[in-house]
Design a protein around this ligand. Structure first.
Ligand SMILES: [Zn+2]
Length: 326
């Protein structure tokens, strides 16, 4: 494996669901591991199986395909689309940017891999949807991995957009990147720093900042309202999904705690829409293609399904931690 190839593989391990585990696989799960895997499968049902990939390192029957970031980035981008009246998808097949429209401009959540993608996929995507990219006032970077911040500088420099990230992940981007590859743009300079419980407001729209540590220790999972005509729904974007940080039990415990806490927050707020910054988890591209004017909106999962999604993630993390401790 060349050093460049090694770097790409490592970079790929950042966020994509396909990354191979970096630790040993047990041949027969211990009773505790098996119990958590069974709970994950039960919660996943027939509709949330994409999240079961998180349990792959604990499940000897799971065959993980080989990841290749470069190949993933070369897949032609799907058409951009409108998930709700105020929420648009402008992403690729593997990593997503979401645009929230407000009375005073646009909030982007994440900015793709690099500036070329920011221009080609996000800027052009906004234009093709009838949105003015010059109105992008704010870019929320969910976490400090390059497939989410790589295009942020494009908007900061061309449109003077403000870049929001958690204090913890700003520090990571300033001091030591966990993953990097030449395919990703450089981290933006520290701009707006947020902590758990903060709110980011633009015009008539407020985004609640929930910090969900684990994938990175400062991952932001934003919560906000989406609208379809007269209907309003509470939505959450889970900001960092894979446990690809190596065998770090305390960090996996943070993920377990974050999913459990978020399940309570989602229950209290009646979160019915649960999206991701990777299409591999939320199936956004297929949902946009399936969306029709008359039928039910496939992005409205309902509160019980959102609870189940968080349970799948939580149980997969518990299975992996049990494996590490066995
Ligand atoms: Zn990541």
């Amino acid at each position: 494996m060349t050093s460049r190839r090694a770097l790409l593989k490592m970079g790929c391990a950042c966020c994509v669901a396909l990354a191979a585990p970096a630790y040993a696989v047990a041949q027969t799960p211990s009773p505790e591991v098996a119990q958590h895997l069974a709970a994950a499968r039960g919660a996943a049902g027939s509709d949330l199986g994409a999240y079961l990939v998180l349990g792959r390192s604990a499940d000897p029957n799971f065959k993980a395909p080989a990841p290749d970031l470069e190949a993933l980035m070369k897949i032609p981008a799907p058409p951009p689309g409108r998930a709700f009246d105020n929420l648009y998808f402008v992403g690729s097949k593997w990593v997503s940017t979401w645009a929230i429209t407000t009375s005073d401009g646009i909030i982007l959540i994440d900015a793709m891999d690099n500036e070329e993608e920011a221009e080609r996929i996000v800027e052009n995507g906004l234009k093709s949807l009838g949105l003015d990219p010059a109105k992008v006032k704010t870019v929320i970077v969910t976490h400090g991995h390059g497939d989410h911040y790589g295009g942020a500088n494009f908007f900061a420099q061309k449109y003077q957009s403000r870049i929001v990230a958690s204090d913890v992940d700003w520090t990571m981007m300033e001091t030591k990147l966990e993953f990097d590859t030449p395919l990703w743009g450089r981290p933006p300079k520290r701009d707006v720093s947020v902590v758990d419980g903060d709110k980011v407001t633009l015009g008539d729209t407020t985004i609640d900042i929930l910090i969900t540590p684990g994938h990175t220790m400062g991952t932001i999972s934003p919560i906000f309202d989406v609208r379809s005509g007269s209907q309003k729904h509470r939505a959450m974007l889970w900001g960092g999904t894979a446990f690809n940080f190596g065998k770090k039990p305390e960090r996996l415990q943070a993920y377990i705690d974050a999913t459990a806490r978020t399940r309570e927050v989602a229950k209290q707020q009646g979160v019915e829409v649960f999206i991701s910054n990777h299409n591999g988890y939320d199936g956004a591209v297929d949902k946009l293609a399936a969306k029709t004017g008359d039928g039910p909106n496939p992005f409205v999962l309902g509160a019980p399904t959102v609870q189940r999604a968080l349970t799948v993630m939580n149980e997969c993390a518990q299975a992996t931690l049990a494996l590490w401790k066995s």
